[in-house]
Design a protein around this ligand. Structure first.
Ligand SMILES: Cc1ncc(COP(=O)(O)O)c(C=O)c1O
Length: 399
C-alpha cells in the first residue's frame, strides 16, 4: 500500500491518541535500519522507545519466534510452560530477584508491583500501609494506577478521581522523600533514570539513601527498570550502577525485543505475598513471548550487548559533550550507556528531531527542549560517528 492510502485508513478508523504522527510507514528492518513504503532507508536511534534492543529482524529472535509459532502459540497458565520456566530461571540467576511473574507490558508489570507491595503489608496485618511514594517527573504507565503513580500532572487531566495511594517527591532530594513518609507508606517506587520525564538520572547518593531509608522505615523499594533494564544503561540492570538491590523491580520493552512482554521480579520474602488466585494473566508468560525473551537474553549475553552499550554509549556522550562546547544552546547532556538526553536552552527539540528525520535518523523529543536517543544495543561506534556528523551539520544551521 502507498503511504497516502495507509494515512487515509488511519485517519478514518484508528482511535488516535498519539497526535500527528510522522508521515512514514515502515515496511521492513534489518539491524539498526528501517525502510519505508517508498524504499527510503532510516537509521533507528530510538528503537521503538527502547524496545528493539537487538535492532530489527535479528535472525536469532526471528527463528525463536518462528520455531515457537510452528509448535504452538498459547496455552493457559494452568499448565506448565517450558520457555516461561526457563526465562524466569535466567532472570533470577542474572539479578537480585528470586521469583518472576510475567505480564504483557510495562504498565501491567507495574500494576503487579503495586498489588504485591500492598498485599505484602496487608497480609502482615498492616493494611493501613498502602501508600507508595513515587518521584516527580516519573512515568510508570497508562493504566489508572500506573498513571496515578506517574508524578506528572499532565497525565492526570480529566481522570480525577485517580486511584488513591500515591504521593510524589522530587528526585534526588532525600530530605523531601524522608518528609513524605508517613505511617501509611508501604513503598518507594522510582526509575533509576527517568526516561519519559526527560532522561533524569538518580544520583548514586540518593539511591543509596533511598535504600537505607526503606530499610530503616521497613518500606519496600520498587525500581521501574522498564526502560533502563536489559543492558540499556551499560549494565544488565541499572540498579547495578548504584551498589544497591531493590526488593521488587519491573521489566518490559527490550525483554521481548519487540514481542510484548513484561516482568515483575521480586525477592522471595515479598514474592511469597502472592498466593494462588492473588494475581494472574491470560497472555502473561505465554510461550511465544517467553521464547522471544529467551532469544533476546541469549543475544544480550552472547554478544555482550550491555558492555557494548557502556562503551558505545560513553563514546556517544563524549561526542555530544564536544558539540555542547561548540553550540551554546546545548544546555546539558544526560544519561548512561545508550539512554541519552540532550537538553537545549531553546525550544528547538521538535525542529531538530524533524531535521534528523529528513536526514534519515529516527530520534525522540520530550517537551519543547529535550531530545532523547535510544539506539538499539547493537549500535557501533561508526554508527555514532555518522550520526554525530549529521547532527552537527543540523545544529550548525539551526539558528
Ligand atoms: C519507566 C517506564 N515505566 C513504564 C512504562 C509503561 O510501559 P508500557 O508502555 O509497556 O505499558 C514505560 C513506557 O514508556 C516506561 O518508560
Amino acid at each position: 500500500m502507498h503511504l497516502d492510502e495507509i494515512m487515509e485508513l488511519d485517519g478514518k478508523y484508528y482511535m488516535n491518541t498519539f497526535g500527528s504522527r510522522t508521515p512514514v510507514c515502515f515496511q521492513y528492518g534489518k539491524g539498526i535500519n528501517l525502510w519505508d513504503t517508498e524504499g527510503r532507508k532510516y537509521t533507528d536511534f530510538y528503537a521503538g522507545v527502547a524496545v528493539s534492543a537487538l535492532g530489527h529482524s535479528h535472525p536469532k529472535l526471528v527463528n525463536a519466534i518462528k520455531e515457537q509459532a510452528e509448535r504452538f502459540l498459547h496455552c493457559a497458565n494452568l499448565y506448565y510452560i517450558e520457555p516461561q520456566a526457563k526465562l524466569a530461571k535466567l532472570l533470577v540467576e542474572s539479578s537480585c530477584a528470586d521469583r518472576v511473574f510475567f505480564a504483557n507490558s510495562g504498565a501491567e508489570a507495574n500494576e503487579g508491583a503495586i498489588k504485591l507491595a500492598r498485599m505484602f503489608f496487608s497480609k502482615k496485618g498492616m493494611p493501613h500501609k498502602y501508600e507508595i511514594i513515587t518521584m516527580k517527573k516519573s512515568f510508570h504507565g497508562r493504566t489508572l494506577n500506573t498513571l496515578a503513580a506517574t508524578g506528572q500532572e499532565k497525565f492526570h487531566a480529566h481522570l480525577k478521581p485517580l486511584p488513591p495511594g500515591f504521593k510524589y517527591a522530587p528526585l534526588n532530594d532525600i530530605d523531601a522523600l524522608k518528609a513524605a513518609i508517613t505511617d501509611s507508606t508501604c513503598a518507594v517506587m522510582l526509575e533509576p533514570i527517568q526516561g519519559e520525564g526527560g532522561v533524569n538520572p538518580a544520583d548514586i547518593e540518593f539511591m543509596k539513601g533511598v535504600r537505607k531509608l526503606c530499610d530503616e522505615k521497613e518500606l519496600l523499594l520498587i525500581l521501574d527498570e522498564i526502560q533502563t533494564g536489559i543492558g540499556r544503561t551499560g549494565k544488565l540492570f541499572a540498579y547495578e550502577h548504584f551498589g544497591i538491590e531493590p526488593d521488587i523491580f519491573t521489566l518490559a520493552k527490550a525483554l521481548g525485543g519487540g514481542v510484548p512482554i513484561g516482568a515483575l521480579c521480586a525477592k522471595e520474602f515479598v514474592a511469597s505475598a502472592f498466593e494462588p488466585g492473588d494475581h494472574g494473566s491470560t497472555f502473561g508468560g505465554n510461550p511465544l513471548a517467553c521464547a522471544a525473551g529467551l532469544a533476546v537474553m541469549d543475544v544480550v549475553f552472547g554478544d555482550r550487548l550491555a558492555e557494548n552499550a557502556a562503551a558505545v554509549g560513553s563514546h556517544l556522550i563524549q561526542k555530544l559533550s564536544a558539540l555542547k562546547q561548540k553550540y551554546s544552546f546545548i544546555k546539558e547532556i544526560r544519561g548512561k550507556g545508550l539512554i541519552v538526553g540532550i537538553e537545549f536552552s531553546l525550544e528547538i527539540a521538535s525542529d531538530v528531531k524533524n531535521k534528523c528525520f529528513e536526514r534519515g535518523y529516527l530520534i525522540g523529543s520530550i517537551g519543547s527542549n529535550i531530545l532523547r536517543l535510544l539506539p538499539p544495543l547493537i549500535v557501533a561506534t561508526e554508527d555514532i560517528d555518522s550520526f554525530i556528523s549529521t547532527f552537527d551539520s543540523i545544529l550548525s544551521k539551526i539558528i
